[in-house]
Design a protein around this ligand. Structure first.
Ligand code: ZN
Ligand code: ZN
Length: 213
C-alpha cells in the first residue's frame, strides 16, 4: 500500500472513531480534530490572511483583496464594510447593545434569532421585538458613521468610482437596519391588528426618495 493510501485510510479510521484526524487523541465535539490541532489550524489560517494582506499592500491595492488601488490600508468601501473608520470620522455616541438576557444565534441568513429560554414574565415576541429594534438602531448608527466618513475629505478626494462604492456600502448598512424594522412590523401586523405600513410600500418610498436626490 502506498504512503498516501495508508495515510488516507488512517484518516478515515480516526474520523469514524471520533478521533483527531491528525494525532489520534479524542476529537473535540462536532469536529474532526483535537483542541490543539484546531488551534493550530486556526493560527495557520490567520497567518495566511496576514501574509495575503501584506502582499496586497505591496501591490498597492486594498488589503481586503477587493482589487481597488489604495494608498490607505483599506479602500474607502472596505473601510465602511469592515467599519474601521479613521479616528477623525464622526463617532455617534449612544451605546446600544442587545441585552445579554436573551440567548441568540446567528443564522445563515445573517439575522440573529432567539433560541434560549423565555425570561420569566416576558413574552417571546417582546424579546424578539426588542432585539429587532436594537439591531436596527445599531445598523442605522453604523450607517450614520459610515455616511459621515464617506462625506469626509479623506473619501471625497478619491476617484468618483471609489466614492460611490463607499457610499453604496454605507447605504447597505441602512438597508440592513430597515430589514430588522420590517421583521418587527411583520411580526406585529396580524397579532395587533394595527394598520402598519407594508414593507414593500416602505421600500418603494425609500427608492423614490433616493431617486429625487
Ligand atoms: Zn490532534
Ligand atoms: Zn477594498
Amino acid at each position: 500500500m502506498s504512503r498516501d493510501a495508508r495515510r488516507a485510510e488512517r484518516y478515515m479510521e480516526r474520523k469514524l472513531a471520533g478521533l483527531c484526524t491528525q494525532c489520534g487523541v479524542p476529537a473535540a465535539p462536532d469536529v474532526q480534530q483535537c483542541e490543539v490541532h484546531i488551534a493550530k489550524a486556526r493560527e495557520a489560517t490567520r497567518e495566511a490572511a496576514v501574509r495575503r494582506r501584506a502582499q496586497f499592500r505591496l501591490e498597492g491595492v486594498c488589503a481586503n483583496g477587493c482589487g481597488t488601488k489604495s494608498q490607505r490600508y483599506y479602500c474607502a468601501a472596505c473601510t465602511v464594510k469592515i467599519a474601521r473608520f479613521p479616528s477623525h470620522s464622526v463617532n455617534v455616541g449612544v451605546n446600544v447593545r442587545p441585552s445579554d438576557e436573551y440567548r441568540t444565534r446567528k443564522h445563515a441568513d445573517g439575522r440573529t434569532r432567539y433560541h434560549g429560554q423565555m425570561v420569566r414574565g416576558r413574552q417571546p415576541t417582546a424579546q424578539l421585538d426588542d432585539q429587532d429594534i436594537t439591531h436596527a438602531i445599531e445598523a442605522l448608527q453604523k450607517a450614520r458613521s459610515a455616511l459621515a466618513y464617506v462625506a469626509s475629505p479623506a473619501v471625497q478626494e478619491l476617484p468618483r468610482i471609489q466614492r460611490e462604492a463607499a457610499k453604496r456600502e454605507a447605504l447597505s448598512q441602512a438597508d440592513h437596519g430597515q430589514r430588522f424594522i420590517e421583521d418587527l412590523l411583520d411580526r406585529n401586523r396580524y397579532a395587533s391588528g394595527m394598520q402598519l405600513t407594508d414593507p414593500a410600500t416602505a421600500r418603494r418610498r425609500v427608492i423614490q426618495q433616493s431617486k429625487k436626490r
